[in-house]
Design a protein around this ligand. Structure first.
Ligand code: CA
Length: 148
């Protein structure tokens, strides 16, 4: 038997538009190293928006993330994991994190990968909390990658 590892493309850079953060892009690049990016909600609308950019992307079949969303009381909010569709110029939701969902590794199939890659080979992913935020809520992100 021959074992062939999955090929992952890890983030090149991040941009925080809404929320507060503790951590760096390096926290997202290694799975199960206990370095976790803390995306803290603020009372803005949206409450969280973190854009994660991948470069030199040729193709991928899925996205892999290890993350969870936690709230201490408050409304039943959720956080969307989205990819930017270069054809429609819209963010497409691929995965929704409900509060208290646990720090789990999730692999999500993406069939129309070419819609999410620019001519220059860039793919943009974001964590997005559409509603007004609550400062006691956080998304903890341990890993994010595109899977070849
Ligand atoms: Ca990590």
């Amino acid at each position: 038997m021959k074992l062939i590892p999955e090929q992952h493309t890890v983030p090149d850079s991040i941009e925080l538009l809404f929320g507060n953060s503790s951590g760096t892009v390096a926290d997202l690049q290694i799975l199960n190293d206990d370095n976790v990016f803390d995306l803290a909600e603020t009372t803005t609308t949206p409450g969280q928006e973190l854009i994660i950019t991948f470069i030199n992307v040729i193709r991928f079949s899925g996205i892999a993330v290890k993350a969870y969303y936690t709230i201490a009381g408050g409304a039943a909010h959720s956080v969307q994991l989205q990819l930017f569709n270069e054809q429609t110029r819209q963010w497409d939701t691929q995965l929704t994190f409900e509060a208290g969902s646990g720090m789990n590794y999730r692999l999500t199939d993406i069939s129309n990968f070419s819609d999410y890659i620019t001519v220059a080979g860039k793919t943009r992913m974001r964590f997005y909390h559409a509603e007004q935020g609550n400062a006691t809520h956080d998304t903890f992100i341990e890993y994010a990658a595109l899977v070849r």
